[in-house]
Design a protein around this ligand. Structure first.
Ligand SMILES: *[C@@H]1O[C@H](CO)[C@@H](O)[C@H](O)[C@H]1NC(C)=O
Ligand SMILES: *[C@@H]1O[C@H](CO)[C@@H](O)[C@H](O)[C@H]1NC(C)=O
Length: 471
């Protein structure tokens, strides 16, 4: 579809410094470039250098803009993304990010774009874009329920949301009028309360989120009504501006072929193992790149997989920002005992290709929204082990819709036992009363994997961009 205007729009993309944000922003950039728009994708030099290769026919439409990250003494040398630091340094990275303001302003002044699509962090950006006459969209890479859970933007900015105790986050907020069990568990709610108070960078995430919403003309969510209709509508009411679902952006397996050198060799070796397993028998285990398991969490997960007797493929990468001394170990003799039945893979994998393989029958996930989309587009039921931010709420939605089960946890500290892991894995993968999860997840593949449906959402969004650009 060609852009219907005489002039093709120039759109700036500005994600937060985390690959979990940068990659969905890059995916959206590709979808927009494909429609004929000119994209300027802003990040720091080292992050740009770490991006997957662009398809050759889009390289001329997507301009990768490197703005150096100002140095903050306490941050590790060359740390430019959350994957380079540990959790305790998050606020410092935000402080450095805020210092990108002058570089970003200069770029916007010089390049005169029509639109900027930005993330939750740059609370200082909207007034600059307003001054320069640039239309503004806030792209929430995660789902509508997380944002709606935290309430109206003015309360986020002023801090007048009176929920300050863990209990306050353990029930749906008062503005949710429909039936739902979506709320945090105690151990998650404690984390939410703590992170709301964390302001070493000078600004809490609530304050950042409130300001980026207040300053935008439209909120974009990776969502579709066919999966869930209520939360988007609520979000629109809460923030009193349009919320546009841009579809679930399911990735295309064939697009992954050219991502990295050496991918093919890795895939050939993984595939030969998967080829030797029975159809639907393998549980794929991956907890994302930002979850750092404690020794106890790692051991119980390992013992649980062993006890389940289900074949597994476990991607266990070094947690971000970890040093040798933080490394945790698999239980002694584990690898030998599961030899043949289970694989522990220590480096990058082509996740989508694994999930698309016939032998995989379930996905044990931390419930990042991208992972859920990737699992459900292939109809895999989920075994969920959420850790932070939106993951707990995503997991509740998965459970509410009977697309899988949550591994039972201790309410106070979130710990879990090997038996709770083994029972959850067996229930979803093997047992008769787990059949409903497998069937429901299969049904979901018709929505999550429907590329025509999601491409219509993008078309609608593109129409919105055209209708509301300030040129
Ligand atoms: C780029 O190439 C892909 C296939 O390689 C094709 O599907 C797509 O339409 C092309 N896009 C443009 C803008 O030419
Ligand atoms: C764009 O504008 C046209 C003409 O006014 C209108 O029919 C269409 O619904 C608008 N689309 C969006 C997505 O706003």
């Amino acid at each position: 579809m060609a852009a219907k205007d005489q002039k093709s729009l120039h759109i700036v993309m500005f994600p937060w410094l985390a690959f979990g944000h940068i990659l969905p922003y890059l995916d959206l950039s590709k979808l927009l470039a494909q429609k004929g728009y000119k994209i300027s994708f802003i990040s720091t030099p080292r992050n740009i250098d770490r991006l997957p290769k662009l398809p050759p026919n889009l390289t001329s439409s997507i301009n990768l803009v490197k703005i150096p990250l100002p140095k903050i003494a306490e941050l590790p040398e060359n740390a430019e993304a959350t994957t380079d630091i540990h959790g305790g340094q998050m606020d410092l990275l935000k402080k450095a990010f805020d210092a990108l303001e002058s570089g970003v302003t200069r770029f916007l002044e010089e390049s005169d774009p029509d639109w900027i699509i930005y993330d939750f962090a740059p609370h200082w950006l909207p007034p600059i874009a307003v001054r320069l006459g640039i239309s503004r969209a806030f792209f929430m890479i995660i789902n509508a329920w997380f944002l709606a859970f935290f309430g109206p933007y003015d309360a986020l900015i002023s801090g007048s949301d009176h929920r300050t105790k863990p209990e306050d986050f353990m029930v749906p907020p008062k503005w949710v009028k429909f039936e739902t069990k979506v709320a945090y568990r105690r151990f998650e709610a404690k984390w939410i309360v703590r992170s709301g108070q964390s302001t070493e960078s000078g600004f809490s995430d609530f304050y950042r989120g409130g300001n980026v919403i207040d300053g935008c003309g439209v909120i974009l969510v990776r969502h579709c009504y066919e999966f869930e209709p209520d939360w988007v509508t609520l979000l629109e009411e809460l923030h009193n501006r349009p919320v546009i679902p841009i579809g679930l952006m399911p990735p295309r397996v064939q697009d992954l072929n050219t991502n990295k050198d050496g991918d093919d060799e890795i895939w050939v070796s993984i595939r030969s193992w998967l080829d030797g397993q029975n159809k639907g028998s393998v549980v794929y285990v991956a907890l994302g790149s930002e979850v750092t398991l404690s020794q106890d969490q790692l051991s119980e997960l390992a013992h649980g997989l062993e006890l389940s007797e289900v074949p597994f493929f476990w991607v266990l990468r070094k947690p971000s920002g970890s040093t040798e001394s933080d490394l945790v170990n698999l239980p002694g003799g584990f690898q030998e005992r599961v030899n043949g039945r289970g694989i522990v893979w220590r480096s990058w994998v082509p996740q989508l290709k694994i999930l698309s393989h016939d032998s995989v029958g379930g996905f044990l996930t931390h419930c990042g929204w991208s992972s859920i989309v990737e699992g459900l587009m292939f109809g895999h039921p989920l075994i969920t082990l959420p850790f932070f931010v939106d993951q707990g709420l995503n997991s509740r939605v998965v459970a509410e819709k009977q697309l899988g089960v949550e591994i039972p946890r201790n309410e106070e500290d979130g710990s879990y036992t090997r038996n709770s892991v083994a029972d959850s894995v067996k229930l979803v993968m093997l047992e008769n009363n787990g059949k409903k999860f497998r069937e429901r997840a299969k049904e979901m593949a018709t929505i999550f994997g429907d590329t025509a449906l999601h491409s219509r959402y993008i078309d609608n969004f593109v129409e919105y961009l055209e209708n509301h650009s300030s040129v």
